[in-house]
Design a binder for this molecule. Structure first.
Ligand SMILES: *[C@@H]1O[C@H](CO)[C@@H](O)[C@H](O)[C@H]1NC(C)=O
Ligand SMILES: *[C@@H]1O[C@H](CO)[C@@H](O)[C@H](O)[C@H]1NC(C)=O
Ligand SMILES: *[C@@H]1O[C@H](CO)[C@@H](O)[C@H](O)[C@H]1NC(C)=O
Length: 640
């Protein structure tokens, strides 16, 4: 039952299509399994085999078929002017035996298992269609345009989707496709780009993270060769006055022996500063070159020193001055865009270093306490909902000392926070944090389910409750919130306003109605499922998956959704939805899809959907730690 591109006509009704798909999955699941496992040799009955063997069926390739790397330039020979005299070494000693992250007694009935396996196959098929289209129409280019089936360069022209998806191919058992992709990766020339400058952050999390993870899974030598080349290029971003990283690296200048050291950034996003840590640490561990760890260890030490000097001590603002090492200028704090992954990496660095470096636990605990105090809020929801289970994470700003103002805005990007609290709560044995992780995850699940499309928007506001323990529904407060955001107090007909913008109860503002195929919500659902074993997370994940596919599926792949409040009209009728920036409005399901699919759709979103429907020892969180682009790295400790 391998679906062909032709089975996706461009004109169809989404609901009937979705319905039909669900039926197809249920009825033909068994046949699909047969085809899948005969096709991916050696044949394995997925319902009979213990799943730690899952990795094993992806045998390494015959060594005689080794791919040979091509580079027009060897980044190891590039200049590094502001030389570092002695390197901070990787922590030595025996890795600590850290507390288990995963739930220890997963169980399921036969019918639960059959359902879950059918769902897993459905995710795999969704990936397969995208991959075949990418292969046919955009091979080795950065992105596939999902509506028109063209290629586009967005991240240096080095095949962002190709590199970002390697480990997904491996994990889903696409062995032939994996090695075909490895051969294409061997031909990528990281020595050249048509861009003047590259994003250091994106290149690190997508390319370096993707290569290291695929190497950690397959041990294919060319992947390490390429990872070292990308790592050496990224390393030049640290050739600054104080060895803090640049946000963008000018490729020509980086290679020039005429240059002096770069000026360090006077304004750099906190995520750009701190979240190169996992990738360069893993590269140092695998390549045994301490210089890669040294530069990120220096940055982590700086972030640690600055933690109590900011406008809200304990938290770091979204923008900081790395050149002067002053973090006290900005008044804006968020765990979303521009800041997110530096926070995310604290517990993950602890895991990656086997608990041998204590500053990450300290930085996490201190900042988490401030998030809990100032940023987490319970949203007011209608009475029939069990609102005590829900939390969201807003943004804060401060105008004067100890006066912190909450803006009750939630970004889709911030939805990773549930998984972060859950993971850290387990690693650092803090039940309160695991509890917060569950509630934050449920906040995002709620925001998905509440929208007409079943998909959470990129950014929205709700009414924050004054108390986390009691929060009765107050219609007046909700109406005031909506009117505040949509046209001041002048709008008299509230019901008309709600209908016009399709605003669900409790939501006061859909700031950005789009869904960009982002992974953060399913990432947290996946982590909380692995921590708790709670089967309800599987149902939530399936609802999210079917809603996303229903709104985003194109003939070739999946595209960004413009408006998650849009409800496709019944056959023979039309509707017009007003979306800021969309000329003419949205009339049909197809109008609602942007011709854009970032590489994180196949690298992250589909991988997390696949993993939650896989047996729980597939990529166990006790053996692997995922970077912010969902690339799993091997954890150092030996599991008994
Ligand atoms: C770079 O530019 C050259 C010349 O314009 C073009 O032929 C090539 O396809 C471009 N490469 C990428 C990856 O965009
Ligand atoms: C930030 O800290 C530096 C060094 O402690 C100090 O000189 C400077 O005045 C502070 N700036 C602000 C805006 O508080
Ligand atoms: C709802 O909130 C408003 C504004 O805070 C308040 O005046 C009113 O008493 C509340 N209504 C109820 C039923 O609690």
């Amino acid at each position: 039952m391998l679906r062909s591109k032709l089975s996706r006509g461009p004109v169809y009704q989404p609901m009937s299509r979705q319905h039909q798909r669900t039926l197809t999955y249920l009825l033909l699941g068994a046949i699909t399994f047969g085809a899948y496992y005969i096709w991916s040799a050696p044949p394995i009955d997925p319902l009979a085999v213990p799943f730690h063997l899952h990795e094993a069926y992806m045998n390494n390739r015959d060594a005689t078929k080794r791919a040979v790397s091509y580079q027009s330039y060897d980044w190891r020979t590039a200049p590094f002017v502001n030389k570092i005299e002695s390197y901070i070494p990787l922590p030595t000693g025996k890795p600590h035996k850290l507390p288990p992250i995963q739930f220890e007694k997963f169980s399921e009935t036969k019918s639960q298992r059959q359902r879950r396996e059918a769902q897993r196959v459905a995710v795999r098929e969704e990936f397969q269609l995208t991959w075949e289209s990418y292969r046919d129409f955009a091979w080795a280019h950065d992105e596939l345009r999902p509506v028109t089936g063209e290629a586009i360069e967005t991240f240096g022209g080095w095949g962002a989707t190709l590199v970002d998806s390697l480990d997904t191919l491996w994990i889903m058992g696409f062995k032939e496709e994996f090695y075909e992709a490895v051969d294409a990766v061997a031909a990528i020339d990281f020595g050249h780009t048509n861009l003047t400058a590259i994003s250091v952050f994106e290149t690190t999390i997508r390319y370096l993270g993707g290569l290291l993870s695929a190497y950690d899974l397959s041990y294919e030598p060319v992947l390490l060769e390429k990872a070292v080349q990308v790592g050496e290029m990224i390393y030049r971003a640290f050739d600054t006055t104080n060895n803090t990283p640049l946000e963008a690296l000018d490729i020509k200048k980086a290679k020039s022996f005429e240059r002096i050291e770069f000026a360090a950034e006077t304004s750099i996003c906190f995520a750009c500063l701190g979240s190169l840590a996992m990738e360069l640490t893993r590269l140092a561990q695998i390549s045994a070159q301490p210089k890669f760890y040294d530069v990120v260890a220096r940055v982590s030490a700086l972030i640690d020193r600055m933690q109590d000097t900011t406008k809200i001590p304990g938290l770091w603002p979204t923008m900081v001055n790395a050149a002067n090492e002053e973090f006290n200028q900005s008044r804006s704090f968020s765990i979303g865009a521009l800041a997110d992954s530096t926070y995310e990496y604290f517990p993950k660095m602890h895991a990656l270093l086997g608990g041998l470096e204590p500053i990450y636990e300290k930085m996490f605990e201190t900042s988490a306490a401030m998030m809990d105090k100032y940023m987490l809020f319970r949203p007011m929801v209608p009475n029939e909902v069990d609102g005590e289970d829900l939390l969201l994470c807003g943004e804060v700003s401060t105008s004067r000392p100890r006066h912190v103002k909450l803006q009750a805005t939630m970004q889709h990007l911030t939805c990773f926070i549930g998984g972060m609290f859950g993971l850290a709560g387990r690693l650092f044995s803090d039940a309160h944090h695991v509890d917060l992780g569950g509630k934050l995850t449920k906040g995002c699940i709620y925001a998905y389910a509440a929208m007409p499309s079943g998909i959470m928007p990129e950014n929205f506001d709700m009414v924050p409750c004054a108390s986390r323990t009691s929060c009765p529904w107050n219609q007046t407060l909700w109406e005031a919130g909506v009117k505040y955001h949509y046209g001041g107090g002048f709008i008299s007909d509230f019901d008309a306003l709600i209908e016009k913008y399709n605003i669900p109860p409790g939501f006061t503002n859909i700031r950005d109605t789009r869904y960009l195929l982002r992974p953060e919500a399913i990432e947290s659902v996946f982590i909380m499922y692995r921590i708790t074993g709670d089967q309800r997370y599987l149902d939530d994940a399936w609802d999210m998956f079917t809603a996303i596919v229903g709104a985003s599926a194109t003939t070739f792949a999946n595209g960004q959704v413009l408006d998650v409040t849009f409800v496709p009209p019944p056959p023979g009728q039309w509707t017009q939805q007003r979306v800021p920036g969309v000329r003419g409005g949205i009339f049909t399901r197809e109008d609602n899809i942007e011709n854009k699919m970032e590489s994180f759709w196949t690298a992250e979103t589909l991988k997390y959907f696949y993993l939650i429907f896989s047996p729980p020892d597939m990529m166990s969180l006790d053996d692997w730690v995922f970077n912010t682009e969902a690339h799993p790295f091997r954890r150092p400790h030996i599991r008994k």
